[in-house]
Write a protein that binds this ligand. Structure first.
Ligand code: SD4
Length: 320
């Protein structure tokens, strides 16, 4: 009798739980709205370049590489590629990384004399068993891959470094110094996500310093099931908080790209206290539906977005 009672009770529980599960609302369907590319700061030429790739049916990985290459070749931008401001010893050293929709990644750090760090990072991803190459090894690999070697220190950046050398006072200025580091995220017509990030890092940094931009999870993270995020600003703070990975994980938990960027900034604010007055951090994020968001600590940050409705530079909301 007792056995029958236990059996009946179990059966009832199973039926009850199954009914409950059946009543749960289904996870929201993914509504993909078509190719989108977003970039940090005001980079309309880069987003145009990337969007052209997407609009002609190209892949997200090709799009973000193309957009970043454009900024790397732009000598007027003093925080990416050619024309980047040097470290305190007068050396221009580049950091970059790239991630594709299959979860592959490649990065270069402390790369000298090669303009297209993002493309070298892609070669690391595609042609080597490694994720990251540094310094002389990265340069040697780039040469072996056929990348041209050239001096990246332009007359203008050399003159600025000379001026800085008069005092050698080191304090990165919010939004003013190094405001062009480019992080790009794209979703292509197949709904696949990729991202890339490239920079010459902080001007007048210590020789050997590496920031967040080439660090997977800090300066960039892509999970093709969920979304992608990239960062700009004071790399030390972004690394300490693994900012881009955090944003993608928040989106995995159901946050929108905007909410996820806001929470990640709040995390840095909470951990940094008063120090936030001295530095800027900005995040941008894109999810699987093509929705995007951005948030920064201080005003002055912006995002450039190109989708079917056009190319637009949008001021980012901020904590302050
Ligand atoms: C770095 N995050 O090397 C880069 C700098 C940057 O806008 O993004 N500036 O720390």
């Amino acid at each position: 009798m007792t056995d029958v009672f236990i059996y009946a009770k179990r059966l009832f529980s199973i039926i009850f739980i199954s009914t409950l599960i059946g009543c749960q609302p289904k996870a929201e369907e993914v509504i993909f709205k078509g190719p989108v590319v977003i970039g940090t700061w005001n980079v309309p030429e880069a987003t145009t370049e990337a969007y052209q790739v997407l609009a002609s049916g190209g892949s997200a990985i090709d799009a973000v590489e193309a957009g970043c290459r454009l900024e790397e070749a732009n000598e007027q931008g003093q925080s990416v590629g050619k024309g980047g401001l040097p470290d305190r010893d007068g050396q221009v050293t580049l950091d970059a990384c790239i991630m594709d929709s299959k979860g592959n990644s490649g990065a270069v750090v402390y790369l000298k004399d090669v303009v297209h760090a993002v493309s070298v990072a892609r070669k690391v991803m595609e042609e080597t068993p490694h994720v990251m190459l540094a310094g002389a090894g990265a340069k040697q690999f780039a040469i072996e891959q056929g990348f041209p070697v050239e001096n990246l220190l332009t007359e203008r950046s050399k003159a600025d470094w000379g001026k800085w050398n008069e005092t050698s006072f080191y304090k990165p200025i919010i939004n003013i110094e190094n405001h062009d580091t480019i992080g790009m995220l794209a979703i292509d017509e197949n709904g696949d996500l990729s991202g890339a990030c490239t920079t010459s890092g902080l001007a007048y940094k210590m020789a050997g310093r590496v920031g967040d931009s080439p660090i997977i999870g800090a300066g960039l993270y892509v999970d093709n099931k969920v979304g992608a995020a990239t960062a700009t600003g004071l790399g030390e703070e972004i690394v300490k908080n693994v900012g881009s990975f955090l944003i993608v994980e928040l989106m995995r938990q159901g946050k929108s790209p905007q909410e996820a960027c806001e929470i990640a900034v709040q995390r840095i604010v909470d951990r940094s206290g008063d120090r936030i007055k001295d530095f800027q951090v900005g995040f941008i994020a894109l999810n699987k539906k093509g929705e995007y968001g951005s948030f920064a600590i201080h005003p002055g940050f912006s995002i450039t977005k190109h989708d079917v409705s056009g190319n637009e530079n949008i001021p980012s909301p901020s904590y302050n």
